[in-house]
Design a protein around this ligand. Structure first.
Ligand code: CDP
Length: 230
């Protein structure tokens, strides 16, 4: 019988990794976890409590003290799309807006936040049979994942993709704002001290410059089938 594995998909912001992760989870029947949504939910909670803001930055100590109050779960809506639930409230729309995007990388640099969320993420993967996407899944969360993918695409392609998604969801922004945000998050995410964004040595690199998802899926499924056979 095929064994259950862990699939770690990491990469830069809006590289298309979540589209790939969701499609692979659907194909395999595996659980899908969007680790970025968890950092976004913590950011939103901190904003609402006044400890994370554009004006004053992040009060790391105050935010860490609030972490035990934040419950994050995922549910599927009628169309089969995953939605992020924070303390019982559907925050899927709100966590994607530009204000959260502008504050999330500084929040994700905080040791206490990472420790709290990494532990939660490792809990989801206890039984394996999971696809998780993020920045440090193949390096820190599941260094023993059987399948690791690292997704790259140019900043311009990523900004166009993110802008389209945001406008479709009714979140407003300009191309310049989105491009600036993506480049700034790339910088913070890849230079931070703890678990910086980097390709795991045993990850396969995927250059996602406008390759149709069907083609990507063919490659991913082939690799997946090899890995479950061990
Ligand atoms: O959707 P997008 O790729 O733009 O970002 P995301 O996956 O929603 O992640 C938002 C932010 O959370 C990233 O820019 C990182 O700062 C942080 N993050 C992280 O530090 N580690 C992860 N495993 C996932 C996200």
């Amino acid at each position: 019988m095929d064994k259950k594995i862990i699939v770690a998909i990491d990469g830069f912001s809006s590289s298309g990794k979540s589209t790939m992760a969701k499609a692979l989870a659907r194909h395999t029947g595996y659980i899908y976890v969007d680790s970025g949504a968890m950092y976004r939910a913590v950011t939103l909670y901190g904003m609402r409590k006044g400890v994370v803001s554009k004006e004053n930055g992040v009060d790391a100590e105050a935010l860490c003290a609030l972490l035990p109050e934040i419950d994050i779960t995922f549910v599927k809506d009628a169309a089969g799309n995953q939605r992020t639930i924070m303390n019982g409230e559907d925050v899927e729309h709100e966590i994607r807006d530009l204000e959260v995007s502008e504050l999330v990388s500084p929040v994700a640099e905080i040791h206490g936040v990472r420790q709290y969320l990494v532990e939660m993420q490792q809990g989801y993967g206890k039984e394996r049979g999971i696809v998780m996407d993020g920045r440090d899944i193949g390096t820190t969360v599941f260094p023993d994942a059987e399948m690791k993918v690292f997704v790259e695409a140019s900043a311009e392609i990523r900004a166009h993709r993110r802008l389209k998604e945001m406008l479709e969801e009714g979140n407003h922004a300009t191309y310049e704002e989105v491009l600036h945000n993506i480049m700034e998050r790339d910088r913070i995410d890849s230079t931070r001290k703890e678990s910086p964004l980097r390709k795991a040595e045993d990850a396969i690199t995927f250059y996602n410059n406008e390759v149709p998802i069907e083609e990507q899926m063919m490659v991913l499924i082939k690799i997946f089938n090899e890995r479950v056979k061990g």
